[in-house]
Ligand binder design. Structure first.
Ligand SMILES: *[C@@H]1O[C@H](CO)[C@@H](O)[C@H](O)[C@H]1NC(C)=O
Ligand SMILES: *[C@@H]1O[C@H](CO)[C@@H](O)[C@H](O)[C@H]1NC(C)=O
Ligand SMILES: *[C@@H]1O[C@H](CO)[C@@H](O)[C@H](O)[C@H]1NC(C)=O
Ligand SMILES: *[C@@H]1O[C@H](CO)[C@@H](O)[C@H](O)[C@H]1NC(C)=O
Ligand SMILES: CC(=O)N[C@H]1CO[C@H](CO)[C@@H](O)[C@@H]1O
Ligand SMILES: [Zn+2]
Length: 508
């Protein structure tokens, strides 16, 4: 694979796609190459590339993706493209085959990596005489031993439980009661385990409930719950008054590791020292087929990659389809972590495209600024702003807070940004005036559910955003003039401190 150095490239796309059924579409409509005088392709320009984006083509691919999700029905009882499922395996084959059809315009590679997956089947927490309603087992928590309840006294941990010295000496056989804040839930669980606790409860610093993830498994993790500040308050009072709170914790869960695969595709043409990179995630959650999340982004990339082949490029363009995003940005984390320093520097920017056509959409731009993120992020943000403005469309800013695959890039000094159309957030009255749709409802009422099917995309928004993705690719494929040079590979300290999410889960 061009420019990707020592990545572990397990298989080539050609071999993956060999057994595939016939491609979905014959040669896409309206895609005769843009040729110059000598019959060579013309340098990509944004208007020409945007003009070739076809909503019919996007929707046809979405229908195909839904059929692939159905291949998981036997194992899961419903359509899904979660990593490890037949539906996801076939999604990867599908993307690979579609790229393969484009001939030698691209060089492709796959990158396999271990993905940790967890499932919580049942859980229960009893604190003294009460069964707090807000208690929820954290994602990637280990089960209680033998999947049986454990019994112990609750022990209040000092401060925020981020230091060994915060944990009482006589914690052995007890359940640690820890305040949310500063360090990750994973760190708290680990320190509690090392101090001898048999389970841990992290309570929120405000009245709300707390559902998070322990992140990368550690042998020292103990079964861990999140709890609302409201439910914690009376318990803390008792503990501070020196009363004993006998408690019961029970979690039935599994954590296991499977192999899954990123697909990375790069133009053969274009300066390999200066790449514009973009990504979407190929996987869905277990609960549904994930056509908007992130089938839409997956197919947007495929559409732009297909149409781009009719043009020549000055800078290299690299497309990625990440796996394991829903388990905590696993694919993009792995990719960036295994990128040698000299390869990191060749990526001028990374653009994240996750959820392009939410039914109750807003045109959302990640508020990525140079003050907090690697320099260049703000120039990318402004490119999106200018484009929506030029079309007379409204847009909003949303936090750039670690909830999608840009995270590893930002943490490793690569400028980034992106657009989205909204997940489980609630549309405001003001946004209803700006975008239509319905105030008071989620942007995507089928977010992470079975109903995230072909009918769960707004085709107007999807087309507009795919045109904007085409604009972003065409702009940087043609020139990086005015775009800041790459600098450090570790720069995002403010971002590190402020970011609460890693994918869809709270981490601290
Ligand atoms: C994952 O792949 C590696 C390397 O190919 C292999 O050694 C390992 O057994 C695989 N693990 C699983 C769970 O399939
Ligand atoms: C965008 O981020 C900057 C800080 O980087 C902040 O000052 C500004 O208020 C943010 N804008 C919105 C609309 O969130
Ligand atoms: C943009 O939002 C304003 C309300 O803030 C609205 O009046 C206008 O129609 C919107 N423009 C479009 C193109 O929807
Ligand atoms: C997409 O959204 C617009 C604005 O809310 C609406 O007018 C249109 O009917 C929607 N189209 C589809 C296919 O959902
Ligand atoms: C006394 C002590 O070690 N305090 C440390 C506890 O952990 C926080 C966050 O990691 C540090 O900032 C403190 O210095
Ligand atoms: Zn997503």
């Amino acid at each position: 694979m061009v420019g990707l150095g020592r990545l572990s490239l397990i298989a080539t796309i050609a071999s993956v796609s060999a057994q595939l059924q016939k491609p979905l579409l014959s040669q896409p409509d309206g895609v005769l190459p843009e040729t110059g005088e000598k019959g060579s392709k013309l340098l990509v320009d944004t208007e020409s590339l945007q003009a070739r984006i076809s909503i019919e083509s996007l929707v046809k691919h979405a229908e195909a993706l839904y059929e692939l999700a159905k291949s998981s029905e036997e194992e899961f009882g419903h359509p899904t493209r979660v990593i490890g499922s037949e539906g996801h395996r076939r999604t990867l084959e599908y993307v690979a085959a579609e790229i393969d059809r484009l001939g030698d315009y691209y060089k492709s590679s796959t990158q396999s990596f271990p993905a940790v997956m967890g499932q919580v089947f049942q859980s229960r927490l009893v604190l003294g005489h009460s069964v707090p309603e807000s208690a929820s087992a954290m994602s990637l928590t280990p089960p209680t031993p033998h999947k049986e309840p454990v019994y112990g006294e609750l022990a209040l941990v000092d401060s925020e439980g981020c230091n060994t010295s915060d944990y009482p000496h006589e914690l052995s056989g007890k359940i640690a009661f820890i305040k949310r804040g500063t360090c990750s839930f994973g760190t708290k669980s680990e320190l509690a385990g090392r101090a001898g606790a048999i389970a841990a409860v992290v309570f929120n610093s405000n009245a709300d409930g707390l559902s998070g993830t322990l992140g990368v498994p550690s042998p020292d993790h103990v079964p861990t719950f999140g709890l609302s500040g409201k439910d914690a308050e009376p318990v803390i009072e008792k503990l501070k008054a020196g009363k004993v709170v006998d408690s019961i914790a029970f979690i039935d869960s599994v954590v296991n590791t499977i192999n899954t695969t990123n697909i990375v595709v790069q133009t053969v043409e274009g300066d390999p020292e200066n790449c514009v990179m973009l990504g979407a995630h190929s996987d869905s959650v277990t609960e549904g087929p994930g056509i908007n999340d992130d089938g839409s982004g997956t197919l947007t990339l495929l559409e732009v990659a297909t149409r781009l082949t009719q043009f020549s490029v000055k800078n290299c363009v690299r497309f990625a389809w990440w796996a394991g995003e829903e388990e905590g940005l696993l694919g993009s984390d792995y990719y960036v972590a295994t990128l040698p320093e000299e390869e990191n520097k060749k990526i001028r920017l990374f653009m994240d495209y996750d959820m392009m056509g939410s039914p109750n959409f807003a045109y959302q731009i990640y508020n990525a600024t140079n003050a907090v993120n690697p320099t260049g992020s703000e120039q990318l943000r402004d490119l999106y702003i200018d484009w929506y403005k030029s079309k007379g469309l409204n847009y909003t800013f949303i936090p750039f807070d670690g909830r999608s695959d840009y995270d590893a890039f930002i943490r490793n000094g690569i400028p980034g940004g992106g657009i989205a159309t909204g997940a489980e957030g609630i549309k405001t009255k003001e946004e209803e005036l700006m975008f239509g749709g319905k105030a008071g409802d989620w942007y995507d009422p089928c977010y992470h559910q079975l109903c995230d099917d072909v009918s769960n995309v707004n085709t107007t928004a999807w087309l507009i955003n795919t045109q904007l993705v085409a604009h972003s690719v065409a702009t940087y494929a043609a020139s990086f003039e005015g775009f800041p040079e790459r600098v450090a590979t570790k720069a995002a300290t403010v971002y590190d401190q402020d970011t609460l999410y890693h994918g869809r889960y709270l981490v601290r």
